[in-house]
Design a protein around this ligand. Structure first.
Ligand SMILES: Nc1ncnc2c1ncn2[C@@H]1O[C@H](COP(=O)(O)OP(=O)(O)O)[C@@H](O)[C@H]1O
Ligand SMILES: [Mg+2]
Length: 321
């Protein structure tokens, strides 16, 4: 019997188009002997076609597992995951909690600090009036919840800072200001439920001032180096931190953990964790796995397996006395 996999893509986020490309790669990697793909497209306005997945337990017998291929708001942030929990459907990737705390760059940093994991100094606007770190330029201003570098600015002086805060505020009610790290940028794929494993990391070489939206998806001029050119010790440290970060947010399924390496101090910082990383033809999440011995079709098999395993484990729990 083929497994019926509902792939959900598109969505109401700024990453709608990226999602279409991720879904295409995921679907192409799914063995037609093993899977029957059910397409669920969500428009930019939020309209589902052919129809919404109904949040009613056992109300969707035609679906065995859901593969959310949505990035950002209303897809990667726990909201869709909540809908799928209500519908009692197994789904690929992080659960509600890990999705939402990973989406919020500020809450995520708090969880890292609690475990003693290295994150860049930051503050939340408006509390940035009383700087908790030396307000030295460059700094980065970000909406707390978003992705694909949307609303993010690198600022070099006070005037730019004010404008950047205004811009970020138009995307989120919570804005953070971070110390700018001068150095290199790395990414590491993680996979698993209870026993997550990290792939061989890669380096990102932005072609612009920083790794912004154009660089990621429009110009596609950023270069990547896989395997990352790091000492064996630094590589091991980075992979260990990737797994620690994953565990700290209680992630399951998959995530890509992104790092900054400060040149002056040789210190690694966890920048962010993405619970539905890109799966486009140029995306690094599947590339790192491929390099580590897990080609895309096997990766998709494993992600579906992990989704079913988690669902089964949850079904064994009691929800009332
Ligand atoms: N504190 C920082 N120091 C140096 N570069 C940064 C810093 N924060 C972000 N960047 C740059 O901005 C890019 C986007 O920021 P990031 O936090 O990853 O947001 P997004 O979720 O939109 O990808 C990063 O890939 C990096 O190039
Ligand atoms: Mg990023």
């Amino acid at each position: 019997m083929k497994k019926r996999v509902a792939v959900i893509y598109g969505g109401r986020s700024g990453e709608h188009d990226v999602s279409l490309r991720s879904a295409k790669s995921i679907i192409e990697a799914m063995d037609p002997e093993k899977y029957k793909v059910l397409h669920y497209l969500i428009s930019k306005e939020g309209k589902w076609s052919p129809r919404p997945i109904v949040p009613e337990p056992h109300g969707n017998p035609e679906i065995d597992v859901v593969f959310p291929a949505l990035h950002g708001t209303f897809g990667e942030d726990g909201t869709l995951q909540g809908l799928l929990e209500l519908a009692d459907l197994p789904y690929v990737g992080a659960g509600v909690l890990a999705s939402s705390v990973s989406m919020d760059k500020e809450v995520m940093k708090r969880l890292m600090k609690e475990r003693g994991l290295p994150v860049v100094d930051y503050c939340v606007v408006p509390r940035c009036g009383a700087w908790t770190f030396a307000p030295d330029f460059p700094m980065f201003v970000k909406p707390a919840n978003l992705g694909s570098s949307v609303g993010i600015s690198k600022v070099g002086n006070q005037e730019q800072l004010t404008a950047a805060i205004e811009l970020a505020s138009s995307y989120d009610r919570k804005v953070i200001v971070e110390r700018g790290i001068i150095g290199r940028e790395f990414e590491c794929s993680v996979l698993g439920n209870e026993d997550p494993i990290a792939a061989v990391p890669c380096e990102i070489l932005p072609s612009r001032d920083f790794y912004d939206y154009e660089d990621k998806y429009v110009l596609e001029t950023a270069r990547t180096v896989l395997p990352a050119d790091l000492t064996p010790e630094k590589t091991a440290e980075l992979r260990r931190l990737a797994v620690e970060c994953y565990k700290a947010v209680e992630c399951e399924g998959m995530a890509r953990v992104d790092f900054l390496l400060e040149t002056a101090t040789d210190r690694l910082y966890i920048n962010e964790i993405n619970t539905i990383p890109g799966f486009t033809s140029i995306s690094m999440y599947p590339k790192m796995w491929e390099y580590s011995g897990l080609p895309m079709p096997k990766l998709v098999d494993r992600l579906i397996e992990l989704a079913l395993e988690r669902h089964l484990a949850k079904q064994r729990l009691r929800y009332s006395k």
